[in-house]
Every structure is written in C-alpha cells, then in structure tokens.
Design a protein around this ligand. Structure first.
Ligand SMILES: O=C(O)C1=C[C@@H](OP(=O)(O)O)[C@@H](O)[C@H](O)C1
Ligand SMILES: C=C(OP(=O)(O)O)C(=O)O
Length: 686
C-alpha cells in the first residue's frame, strides 16, 4: 500500500493483463457477523483484509468470538467461532468501527437485540452518516439506544433491551437513505424469531436494492430463509436459527472490479493506436474472482460499461474486458442499483463523446464523503464541465485534448474517489495526475495502486526518474531512499549492483582487473540478485546486505565498475528498475549515462574531510574501529578512480543541480530534493 502524502501517476498509455481482486467488503462483513452469531466454527476463504473488515474482526473479538489465525493472511482461511446467538451476561465494550457502514449498522442491530452495554464509535465522518432510521426501527422492539452526540447519528450507546412491549406487529424501517438499515434488521432479527414470525416492512422507497439480495443470499447460506414480498415486506419465519455452513468462500469485490472493467474499456486499445505494428494483437484486462454468477449487485456495472462501449466476456468467476467503441459513448443512466460502482462511470464520462448523466444517486451525499460534490469538484479540476443536483450529476468531458488539466485530486478519505480518479491518468493530453492521501484505498482495497500498475504500461519517457549521483560517502544512498519513500517510488541503488558483482567475482576467486573483464561481465549479466524491503539485498538465497557494505566491498565495487564490459552488462538491469509510478536512482552515472533524460538530476557532494568524518562516525557507531586519516586517504583514492575512469566517469551531468551537503542535515537535503521535484510538477504543492 502507498502510505505517502500523495501519489503522482505519470501519464499512462495502455493496459492489459490479468488481475486477481480482493474479496468483497459487503460479503466479508456479512459473513463475519453471521458466523459470529452462529454456533460452532465457520471457515472463511478469501476474506477481504482491509480497514472495514479489520474493524469488524476487532469488534467480534471484543465480543468474545474466537478468530484464528489472529489476523487475515493472504491465501489462508480464517476460522470464526461464534457466540451462538447469545452474549455472556453483562458484556460491555466500546467498539471502534472506523468508517465501515457494513460494521456500524449491522452490529448496532445485533448488539441492541443481544443486550449488554456498548458504545459504538468511529471516525469523525461516521458521525455524519445517518443511522436514525435503523435506531427508530430497533426502538419499536424495545431496544435501548441513545445518541451520544447528534440525534440520528453515531456515536451510540446501547443498553439492555426490554422486549416486554414487543408485539408481533411488523417492524417498520425506512429504506430511502441506506439499504444497510434493512440489511441490519434482516441479519439480526432471526435472534427474535425463535418462536414467532418476525416481519419487517419497508416504508417508502428502498434504495440500493441489490445489497438486500446479497443479505438474503448469505442468510440462506447460514440457514435462514427469509420470505421476500416484493421488496416491501420480509418475513423471518418462526424457528429460524443461524446455522454455520461450515466453510464459505468470499467472491472478489464487484465494486473493486469496476475500476478494472473501466480500465479495459478505456485503455486496452490505446497502445495499438500509437503503434500500428501491434495492431493485430488484441489486448484485454482479465479479472479473476468475480464473474457472471456473482451475488453482488455491482456486477451489473458491466451493463453500464457495455452501454459506454466496453466489450465484456464473462464466465462464472471471471471477466474479460476490452475496448469497443472509442471514444466511449455518453450515457444517461439511473444508477440507484449500483451506487458504488457508478462513481467509476463518472470518470469514464471524461472519455465519452457527449454529456453523461448519472441519476438517482442521492445516497452519494451521505457516504464516505458527499460524493456528488466531491466528484463534481475533482472532475472540474481535470477540465470537465459538471452540473450537480440533489440526486444527479451531469458531466461534459473536456472539449479537446488541450482542455485537459493536470490536477491534484483531493480524495476526502474516500477510497472510491482515489480509485476511480486514477483512471484519468489515461488522458489524451498525457498529463500526470496526483492522487492525494492514496492510503485511503485501505478501506476496501489496500493494494489497489500496485494492482493497477501491474497491468498498466507507460512510455519510458513518461515514467519519472530522479537521479542522485555523487561521490562515495556523500549520503546519496540515504537521501535517495528517503526521497523514494516520500514519493512512493522504486529505488535503484546502482552502487549495490557493482558491490554485488565485486563480491560475486572475488568469491569466485577472480582478480578484479582487465584480465578477467569478460568473465566478470558475464557473471554480472546473470546475477541472481533480489532487492527486498528495508534495503535488503539477496544473492540467490543469501542475504548479502551486510557483506556488500564493508569498506573492502566498496573498494571492489570501484574496481569492477572501472571495467567497461561490466558497466555495459549492468545497463539493462538498471534500466529495468524504471517502473511505475517512478524511480529514484542513486549512483555515479545515473544522470550522465543510464537515465540521460531524467527530469531531475541531483549531484550530491560534500568535502572529502566531511565525508571521511561521516564515514568514521558511521563505523564507530557500528562498533567497527576506524582511523580518520586512513579513511580520508581511501576516499580520495576512490574519488580519483571514479572520476578518472574512461567509461562513465563520476561527474555532474550538465543539467544537474548541485548540492553541497557538507553543512546540511539529512532532513534538509531530502527537503531540498523534494522541493526541486515539486517545482517541476504541473500541480504545485499538495
Ligand atoms: O450493504 C452493503 O454492503 C452496502 C450498501 C450500499 O450502501 P447504501 O445502502 O447506503 O446505498 C453500498 O453503498 C455500501 O458500500 C455497501
Ligand atoms: C459506501 C461505502 O461504504 P460503507 O460500507 O461504509 O457504507 C462504500 O464502500 O462505497
């Protein structure tokens, strides 16, 4: 996951490939609650691991459910042992439910019926998301729920219910603000249906109906057959009891699929246009984990995407999408049945041949943010003309390529704003795009951007590279790592490649000189090298992170790096680090030889005396004895060799910015490099 302040997406050209998507949020949180209410253990396969499911899991643990393993591990099922419809007397807890509607609302209903003392809390936005209609419905039964702040909104205090006044009258609930209120009652009321039918009546319109379908499907799997009278009246038959299915599989999230369906519709044809030679090769996006047989209503996003021009093939649990009509066709659509995925249509509208209107989406205003306002504001930043109403949005795309603007997209802590706007990086003007606070995708899809990049292509010149070159001990490695971390970019420590080559060659018993140049170069071509987190480096199965950092390894690196054939052998490997979303490359010839077109080149240096002192302190702090004058002499010898070698000598690139760090702290240098980088961006500071 990208945890940076912002994530800059360079202009993206095309996309194709295969993605496996994480589990459905709506299914995951329903299954977790139903498993918790059942007796015995339910093994859940492919549960979503995200903020919304983590708050649900944490709450269930607080309520006494056993969860094994303790957290969700990719590829491993999770086992939930339920409480069998009863909490130990006097249970009390404060539950933090983040911004997860699918946790706050269903848990409120279940706990209000089970009894105990609970405080239901969340993030500030949760306190602006209505829950009054659900509380009103539960109070009809004798549930005790108090508002701790604003009437009609969390946080809530739940006390022990008094069912003495409860008759068999239908329980009434409004469904026009959120379908989650009805879902919550449907999942919790089997608790009261032991010896009588429980009937729920929807008052007025019911929005987001397909989510009720998910609820009913999952209740069936947990042994509860609800009678559905035309979506207006629901009867939970007397004798209903939660029965764990034993094992259950969570299908991939259909709302998350919408971004990749849109990607197929927008971007799979683009490379062919640019490169007529490739025109014969059909490109597509294949999506695994969700398909034709999905129980999620958002699967009907496919129909909307097809209406805009997407070509979609599907199977039971896969989709394959490619570009059909281009530009996309503008649509006018009632989106009440696909409230979440419809946001993706808003960004697809930027690529359409006319005005797109998305209607009947009033609920957007009370979700993670006011989504109608947010979409309008951000689409306008990109150059669209947008009209918004209480329950609709109308989008006119930028009239011509020149009308697109480079924008910094504010994401309002709304995962869907971040995800759908990433698709604007395919703009025909080839402008980069900034997504602020990219980690907000953690609500439902923590690795969204990594997944996106895995199927996107961009011309090399569009993938930004920041080069940080300089002499030994100038601090370039530390600075490059910090800059890469701040921007979420990849890191190339090119010096490490020479150190690894030197290590491998000397271990093979080779003298590091011209006589062995070709042999060492051949070794360099085939190095089984891997870079891991925390600047760890592996050669085959061996962690050589420390072995390549000795003074001797540095000297060996300097020797092999003077051999032209070795340098040539390492060029392709270095170039292969230029990947989305960008690269920070540190070394001695990054700006002069390897990435001559890099948009920012920094030549970082410090006086030899100062560098020798820094190295001395570094060694001493590691408990390694050192002598400052020997270090100074070694360092000057290394400078001389690096600067005088015939191939790619160390020197500042002509278009580099030079930075003397002798009197600067690491933080100051990092800030300076990031400031220079910001100054080159079209959207200014975030
Ligand atoms: O029940 C569910 O799982 C959901 C219902 C929908 O909410 P509304 O019913 O409030 O529209 C949807 O937007 C939300 O992401 C998930
Ligand atoms: C509205 C959403 O979430 P929640 O489940 O919190 O309502 C959403 O995921 O788009």
């Amino acid at each position: 996951m990208f945890t940076t302040e912002f994530l800059d997406l360079p202009a993206l050209d095309s996309a194709h490939g295969c993605v496996s998507l994480p589990g459905s949020k709506s299914i995951s949180n329903r299954v977790l609650l139903l498993a918790a209410l059942s007796q015995g253990t339910t093994t859940i396969h492919d549960l979503l691991d995200s903020d919304d499911t983590q708050v649900m899991l944490a709450a269930l643990k607080q309520l006494g459910c056993k969860i094994k393993p303790d957290s969700v591990t990719p590829g491993q099922a999770i086992a939930v042992t339920g409480i069998g419809g009863q909490l130990p007397g006097g249970t009390s807890a404060t539950l933090f439910l983040g911004n997860a509607g699918t946790a706050m609302r269903p848990l409120t209903a279940a706990l209000a019926l089970l009894g105990g003392n609970f405080e239901m809390t969340g993030v500030p936005r949760m306190y602006e998301r209505p829950i009054g209609d659900l509380v009103d419905a539960l109070r009809q039964l004798g549930c005790r729920i108090d508002y701790l702040r604003d009437q009609g909104f969390p946080p809530l205090k739940i006390g022990a219910p008094d069912f003495s006044q409860f008759s068999s009258l239908p329980i009434q609930v409004r469904g026009d603000v959120s379908s989650q209120f009805l879902t919550s009652l449907l999942m919790a009321l089997p608790l009261l249906a032991k010896d009588r039918d429980v009937t729920i009546e929807v008052v007025g319109e019911l929005i987001s109906k397909p989510y009720i379908h998910i609820t009913l499907e999952l209740l069936t799997r947990f042994g509860i057959e609800v009678r559905n009278d035309n979506w207006q009246r629901f009867v939970i038959p007397a004798g209903s009891r939660y029965r764990s299915p034993g094992a259950i599989h969570v299908e991939a999230d259909a709302s998350s699929a919408s971004y990749f369906i849109a990607l197929g519709a927008i971007a799979t044809g683009a490379a062919d246009e640019a490169d007529a030679d490739n025109a014969a090769e059909p490109k597509s996006i294949r999506i695994l984990g969700v398909g034709r047989d999905s129980i999620q209503g958002d699967i009907r996003f496919i129909e909307a995407a097809q209406a805009m021009g997407a070509q979609v093939e599907n199977g039971p649990n896969w989709l394959q999408v490619s570009r059909g009509s281009w530009p996309l066709k503008a649509i006018d659509l009632d989106c009440n049945h696909i409230p979440d995925a419809a946001m993706t249509l808003g960004v697809m509208a930027l690529y359409a041949d006319g005005v797109t209107t998305l209607r009947n989406i009033a609920s957007w205003r009370v979700k993670e943010t006011d989504r109608i306002a947010a979409m309008a504001t951000e689409l306008r930043k990109l150059g669209a003309t947008v009209e918004e109403g209480a329950d609709f949005i109308r989008i006119t795309p930028p009239a011509a390529r020149a009308d697109w603007k480079a924008a910094s997209i504010h994401t309002y802590d709304d995962h869907r704003v971040a995800m759908c706007f990433s698709l604007a990086a395919f703009n025909p003007a080839k402008l980069p795009l900034r997504i602020e606070d990219p980690k907000c995708v953690a609500k439902t899809f923590p690795d969204y951007f990594e997944t996106l990049f895995s199927v996107c292509q961009s011309a090399c010149q569009q993938i930004p590279v920041i080069c940080i070159d300089g002499p030994t001990a100038s601090g370039k490695g530390t600075i490059a790592a910090a800059v890469a971390e701040a921007l979420g970019y990849h890191l190339l420590d090119s010096g490490a490649l020479y150190r690894i080559t030197g290590l491998a060659a000397s271990r093979a018993g080779l003298e590091l000189d011209e006589a062995n140049e070709e042999t060492i170069a051949e070794m360099a071509l085939d190095l089984p090298v891997r870079f891991g987190a925390d600047q760890r480096v592996w050669l085959g199965d061996e962690d050589i992170s420390l072995a390549i950092r000795t003074e001797q390894a540095g000297m060996n690196a300097s020797r092999v790096s003077a051999l032209p054939a070795v340098r040539a052998a390492l060029v392709d490997l270095q170039l292969s680090f230029q990947q989305l979303p960008g690269l920070v490359a540190d070394g001695r010839d990054m700006g002069t030889v390897i990435f001559p077109h890099a948009p920012l080149k920094v030549y970082l240096w410090a006086s030899a005396q100062c560098r020798a002192e820094r190295r001395y302190k570094q060694l001493i702090s590691k408990g390694i004895s050192a002598n400052i004058s020997t270090l100074l002499a070694d360092l000057e010898a290394r400078d001389a060799r690096d600067m005088q070698r015939a191939t790619a000598p160390l020197k500042p690139a002509e278009d580099s910015l030079q930075l003397d760090s002798s009197e600067m702290t690491i933080e100051e240098v990092v800030v300076q490099v990031l400031t220079w980088w910001q100054e080159r961006q079209p959207f200014g500071r975030a």
